[in-house]
Design a protein around this ligand. Sequence first.
Ligand SMILES: Cc1cc2nc3c(=O)[nH]c(=O)nc-3n(C[C@H](O)[C@H](O)[C@H](O)COP(=O)(O)OP(=O)(O)OC[C@H]3O[C@@H](n4cnc5c(N)ncnc54)[C@H](O)[C@@H]3O)c2cc1C
Length: 503
Amino acid sequence: MNYEVIVVGGGPVGMWLAAELALARVSVCVIERLEEPSDQSRALTLHPRTLEMFDMRGLKERFMKLGRPIRTGHFSMLNTRLDFSVLDSSSNYTLFIPQVITEQVIEEHALKLGVVVHRGMEVVSVREQEQEQEQGVEVVSVCTSGPQANVAVMTATYVVGADGAGSIVRKQAGIAFPGTDTTLTAILADAELANPPESGVHSEYSERGGVMIAPVYPDIYRVILTTPRMMEIPKDVPVTLEEVQTGLYDLLGTDLGVSNPRWLSRFGNATRQAQTYRKGRILLAGDAAHIHFPAGGQGMNVGLQEVANLGWKLAGVIRGWAPDTLLNSYHDERYPVNTQFLRNTEVQTRLLDFTPAVLAHRQLHEEWFRHPEINRSMAEQISALDVCYPAAGNVPQHPLNGKRFADFELWLPDGMTSYAYDLLHEGRFVLLHLAQDTKISNELRHISLSHISYVEAVADELPVGWRDVHTVLIRPDGYIAWAISVKQTDISSVIKDGIVTLI
Ligand SMILES: Cc1cc2nc3c(=O)[nH]c(=O)nc-3n(C[C@H](O)[C@H](O)[C@H](O)COP(=O)(O)OP(=O)(O)OC[C@H]3O[C@@H](n4cnc5c(N)ncnc54)[C@H](O)[C@@H]3O)c2cc1C
């Protein structure tokens, strides 16, 4: 079987990438080892930038119906919460929603768009074909049930490994995964609590240990625990209910009547990042590209955001409206963003210790986070609203170039109002002309391209930094490729002979 793209791994990241590609009419399949979706929710949060991204595809409302918005987030289990409500976003909260539900919504969306999902197939070999006449990648999988002899060989122009931390794609491509091993562990239990905390949620941290409790489903709570003794237990030692009961009792003086665990797991702080996100026709995304301690609930969010960056680039190269070198910008843009995010999780992990020095550091951080500017700055990091990309070098400078595109209300020529994010539902670039400049708009109107929508609009109130904007090109992932100011009457620096500079 031949596809334009094969995505290995049908977790949240692989499935979202496949959906983005299908939206751009790329023929894509997902190969997933599990016969049925997992029933274990590692992630419980969708952060503001991820919600904005879903908003840009018309999916946010669906998630909102299934989750619970919470106005704050945490940093290293500190008592001073990060205030998301002050963030400059229409999604200024985190959505509490089990990963299982997030994955269901994404998979439904992907299937509707025509993504082919091969379940119960484990990829065992990924090999780039090097002969000129057969350029592509060969992927060999075996059925996970039935006779192992049941082998499938597929080929694709590009393969993306979204196959998690132990990624076979990364290993087969020979991409190094440098970083550090686990030095501390914590445990989680998704279980019933006969005597849950009064408000349903609880968090405390002292020299005896740290505990966080929150409801996952109406009858199931997540308990996260670590103590000075527990954090030294190797990651592969199974967690028992008794360990959870004893840990809770030691910290809270009660085990809260914990019983019937649905999932018990021990996780560690190994932190690694793939040396490159691209090698020839093979690319990596999500946990296959980076692992870390799950502090601040960021891993899945970051993976989803990075494949929004990759999806349109792969589509552009495959459809022929962008050169293959555009794919290098996936690594160039995302690697530094993720390096920063891994540092952030490492700092949080350093604060998870029980020595007097670390407890004093925690106290200092508590105080710092009471300052609104510091609190906001960290909230912007955890929510990923601070992410921006280097401005393209070959377009006129404008402060908005490379920045995140935030939603605002527009008036369209038919007299209807629209939210700017609605213009991105089809996953195309949006060439937005705001200046009502007839000479230019006549020229722009003739630009009819499969990957760019031309929109004329005006706004009663433009966001900060937008007042002088004449025309702006918004990328499918919601970042500003370039903006032209009203002082710049010559648009030929970005659009010449109908060719639009994209990046
Ligand atoms: C305790 C804990 C709590 C967390 N909480 C949060 C949180 O609140 N917020 C957040 O954003 N993140 C959180 N994370 C991180 C988040 O769960 C991961 O970052 C996310 O699941 C990564 O998604 P992925 O699709 O890249 O990889 P995965 O979810 O690991 O999916 C990879 C898929 O690939 C498949 N696969 C693997 N090998 C093969 C193969 N050879 N052939 C075919 N298929 C294969 C697997 O079966 C799997 O379905 C948490 C993690 C942990 C451990």
